[in-house]
Design a protein around this ligand. Sequence first.
Ligand code: GUN
Length: 285
Amino acid sequence: MTAQLIDGNALSRQLRTEVSQRAAALKARGVTPGLAVVLVGDNPASQVYVRNKVKACEDSGLHSVLEKYEASMTEAELLARVEALNDDPAIHGILVQLPLPAHIDAQKVIEAISPAKDVDGFHIASAGALMTGMPGFWPCTPYGCMKMLESIGYDLRGKHAVVIGRSNIVGKPMALMLLGQNATVTICHSATRDLKAQTLQADVIVAAVGKRNVLTADMVKPGAVVIDVGMNRNDEGKLCGDVDFEGVKQVAGWITPVPGGVGPMTITMLLVNTMEAAERAAGAA
Ligand code: GUN
């Protein structure tokens, strides 16, 4: 058996078309959705990410500003910029690209962002809202994974989902989202004793570790849905995920490729969150 692909590029195109339509509708009411992306320092990967985020906004009819600062920027200066963006009515979403230089307390900066503009979903208010089922912004990567499951009409109720990885950005929020859809959820991590024994039980596996070949074919139950959040490079320098794609696709029922899977969905959900923030602000105005 060969797994069916869940195409993140195709799903992204569809969702971005919806965002464009919502942006046009809001513009007709005199409000242009706006995202501010703040980059401190010259991390090459971060520079690519922020360029892609700004371009995606422009392509979907959202306004975006990119603020770039030297790595020597102080924490106080960055906090002052965040405050100014909180007060800027043209900005509905604020994203401070991580990682930040070591002399800046990233959590302090994240907590300075108004929860109403926290389109990354990293603020503790957003995390608390997700945990308690209240309205708030969901972190973009796990939110994108949920959209991928929705796109294949997958009913999570009563299913066993295994999340590999426990980061605040992916693993933990992913587990809460799956739980919110009534899955039975197991979170595995570096101290898990027998990962294979866990994943073999799973109807859905989300691999979010950041290491190649964390999940191989012998660890997957036939027909399972496999979502690969990893973004790694193989020995030839080619982009690859956490999953041994060639092996696992022979066993799984559904699988997301890398590239062209979760990656494009992350930016798409950032656009969706920014759109939502703008609509909420316009509704409240
Ligand atoms: N660095 C890597 N991924 C992300 C992300 O999704 N948001 C932010 N702010 N920084 C990141």
